[in-house]
Design a protein around this ligand. Structure first.
Ligand SMILES: *Cc1c(COP(=O)(O)O)cnc(C)c1O
Length: 394
């Protein structure tokens, strides 16, 4: 049993998950690329407005798929934030490419688009953006830089499912994008992911790589007589068991997102007085971004204040967490990557950020409990809490 009264995350079911797994079994295909995989592809293509979709067994795999698709070679450079999960950088480092870290914006905590151009060298091949917390990066500026320097834009949209930037779905804007269906993400199949291909140049080859480097798709369409090894590739496909679970999750994706947003809004309203008192800084959402409530983060004034805040919540059975340990400061980051310029915002945010529990099944009382405990952790009386915050629809 977890020692926590309120866990950090708890996956929810949309209803049909186990029926669909049973159906996959009854259909007699448990390996990948069956009916449920195709159903997930169709759902994602329709709802995200992306070019082509290929399910993968993780977002990490989808990012490694991108590196393979771009034929990255040792010495090639990929610009990205250091304030992100390990896989954003590792996926490129395993191909011998060098992650080049650039600082993040202090408001959205996304890659600072004004710092990208100075980091571009003759070896730069791509820019990887991470839409932190499902809040879109400044894609117009980033796509423009990439176009002028002939770079590929890859969206690490692990947080970005069903969020938009200027009306466009995250994951549909870059040449390539990667989604995650890990247990901690809004929509989950335990482990899972997808590669989204928005640039037609990569469509055909992506299919070959997804088929383990074979011409299986062309063979299945009767376009070739031999089924054979034609290119590099890997085993990226999830099984139909995973795809069946995911298909059911996707059916509930919009209602889960709406539910998460209601909880997010409740936190946001209830914590406004703590921000006004200078005790925390709440998330900043630009007016042109619609987020998906992937996470609710607070910035504390100092590293010590952050650790004390976390200790207070954790000791009271509320599982809040910190992240990310900036990649440029990690042991592998120092071996395999480099930074362009100083990364003061990344360092500060890595030391002062807290994530509150947030999952679709949280009750009104769970949220109120976290809020009251956050007030106590900051030494602010709970009667500062606006009455309206307690009434926001949940
Ligand atoms: C979760 C996450 C990943 C990795 O996702 P997996 O599906 O677990 O491989 C990559 N990037 C970011 C930003 C993430 O949050």
């Amino acid at each position: 049993m977890s020692p926590y009264r309120i866990p950090f995350n708890r996956p929810s079911l949309s209803g049909k998950e186990f029926d669909y797994i049973r159906e996959a079994f009854d259909r007699g295909q448990l390996s990948g690329n069956g009916m449920f995989t195709q159903r997930c592809h169709a759902w994602l293509k329709e709802h995200l407005g992306c070019g082509k979709v290929l399910l993968t067994h993780s977002c990490t795999a989808a990012l490694e798929f991108c590196a393979l698709l771009l034929d990255l070679q040792p010495g090639d450079e990929v610009i990205m934030p250091s304030f992100t999960f390990v896989s954003t950088a590792n996926a490129f480092a395993v191909r011998g490419a060098t992650p080049v870290f650039v600082d993040i914006r202090p408001d959205t905590l996304n890659l600072d688009e004004t710092r990208i151009e100075a980091a571009i060298s003759a070896r730069t091949r791509a820019i990887v953006v991470v839409h932190y917390g499902g809040i879109g990066c400044e894609m117009d500026a980033i796509v423009d830089i990439a176009r002028r320097h002939r770079l590929v834009v890859i969206e690490d949209a692990a947080h970005g499912m069903l969020a938009t930037y200027r009306g466009r779905e995250l994951g549909s804007i870059g040449h390539l994008a990667a989604l995650s269906f890990h247990e901690t993400k809004n929509i989950t199949s335990g482990e899972g992911g997808a590669l989204l291909i928005n640039d037609d140049r990569y469509r055909e080859r992506a299919d070959t790589l997804w088929q383990k480097g074979t011409n299986r798709s062309a063979f299945a369409r009767g376009e070739t007589e031999k089924y054979t090894w034609v290119d590099l590739g890997s085993s990226f496909q999830p099984s139909e068991v995973t795809a069946a679970f995911l298909a059911a999750q996707l059916e509930g994706a919009e209602s889960v997102t709406a539910r998460r947003r209601a909880i997010w809004e409740r936190y946001h309203a209830a914590l406004a007085p703590l921000e006004a008192a200078g005790r925390v800084r709440r998330p900043v959402v630009p007016p042109h971004c619609v987020h998906n409530a992937h996470l609710y983060s607070l910035l504390l004034p100092t590293h010590e204040a952050r650790d004390a805040f976390l200790a207070h919540l954790n000791a009271r059975g509320i599982y809040a967490v910190f992240h990310y340990v900036p990649l440029h400061a990690s042991p592998a980051g120092q071996r395999f990557s480099r930074s362009h310029g100083a990364l003061p915002v990344t360092t500060t945010v890595g030391e002062t950020l807290v994530r509150l529990p947030l999952w679709a099944g949280m009750t009104e009382e769970d949220v109120a409990d976290v809020v009251r405990t956050a007030y106590a952790a900051c030494g602010v009386p709970v009667d500062a809490l606006p009455a309206a915050a307690g009434r926001a629809a949940l």
